[in-house]
Design a binder for this molecule. Structure first.
Ligand code: UDP
Ligand code: MG
Length: 321
């Protein structure tokens, strides 16, 4: 093996209940990879605690094909954890490149050719895919996604490209940088941008999944978006600070006016309404500030526990390396 000069590429596939897709996915990708020369492809299927026959299907492939590796989680940890586990395995194997792609063929295998070409031609560290249409997706999901990218790019420390999907080819160096980021609550779209490196983008039209349904509920996506934003933005903390200072200033001006009024025209009829509305206003403001702070403190609390990003139940990686 070590005699040939081929570059090694690990294809990382997070799978959660994709039993019906594994075979078709593997066939489609093999068609592309077998036509490539100069690269040795290997597969890292990450079974994210599937409850269907996903792991059996992967094991069947692994028996037939020595380039197929797998890691199976003890439960469902989420796609972020699955991607991390795959990247870590690619790093441990010292692969030259890693490619992350979904198991449902929504990421067209033909783009692998293009990614390799772009990386060879430009010498970039990463080539990532970006959807230019959201065809076949519920309208409300597209609208919310657009809004998310706008807010993210306006208020966070990083720039996230609209339509970017988790389908990308990364150099070993970039994989190492990502794996070395120890945070347990991960938002890869942000992490890819944060680590830097030269990234080139290629565009593709949205493709619908071949079998089964998206694992993302509207609520799940919303929580993911908020968590991702908070991971890379301290601006809400600053915003509530500014808001708090402005209202205090307003209250101070109001106080001065009241004092002057009392001095010039004498005591006013006592007004409950203004007092109550001020109490309510500040009560609300303090609660809002505390809840924003609480959100960050909660994330710090989870992070300080230092829990593992995933727990492996079984794998065939140890046998081969
Ligand atoms: N996935 C995963 N763990 C999860 C949810 C999803 O590994 O908890 C995988 C899933 O099997 C698929 C990819 O992540 O390969 C994308 O998931 P999905 O197609 O449901 O998301 P969408 O394409 O709708 O964004
Ligand atoms: Mg999908």
């Amino acid at each position: 093996m070590s005699l040939n000069k081929n570059k090694t590429v690990k294809i990382i596939v997070p799978c959660y209940n994709e039993g019906g897709n594994i075979d078709a996915f593997f066939k489609a990708v093999c068609e592309v990879t077998s036509a490539q020369s100069g690269y040795d492809f290997g597969y890292i299927f990450v079974d994210d605690g599937s409850t269907d026959n996903t792991l059996d299907e992967i094991k069947k492939l692994a028996e037939k094909d020595k380039t197929v590796n797998y890691i199976s989680f003890s439960r469902n940890f989420g796609k972020e954890s699955a991607m991390y586990a795959g990247l870590k395995a690619s790093r441990d194997a010292r692969s030259d490149y890693a490619i992350i792609m979904d198991a449902d063929l929504q990421h067209p295998p033909a783009l692998i050719d293009e990614m390799i070409k772009v990386i060879e031609e430009t010498g970039c560290d990463s080539c990532a895919a970006r959807r230019v249409s959201r065809k076949g997706e519920p309208r409300i999901r597209s609208i919310l996604a657009r809004a998310f990218y706008k807010i993210m790019n306006r208020f966070s420390d990083i720039e996230v490209i609209d339509g970017a999907v988790d389908f990308r080819m990364l150099s070993g160096k970039m994989v190492k940088a990502i794996v070395d980021m120890p945070e347990t609550q991960r938002f890869s779209k942000g992490i890819f941008a944060w680590v830097g490196f030269h990234t080139e983008w290629i565009e593709f039209e949205n493709v619908e999944r071949i079998e089964g349904e998206s694992k993302w509920s509207m609520w799940g996506l919303t929580k993911y978006a908020i968590a991702g934003f908070l991971d890379f933005a301290a601006s809400p903390l600053k915003a509530v600070g500014v808001f708090g200072s402005l209202t205090s200033l307003g209250a101070l001006i109001y106080l001065v006016i009241e004092i002057l009024k009392t001095m010039i025209v004498g005591k006013d009829v006592p007004g409950y309404a203004s007092i109550i509305s001020l109490i309510l206003f500040f009560g609300g403001l303090i609660t809002a500030v505390l809840s924003v702070m609480g959100e960050y403190i909660g994330r710090m609390y989870m992070e300080t526990k230092g829990r593992p990003i995933f727990i492996e139940k079984e794998s065939n990686l140890d046998e081969q390396n």
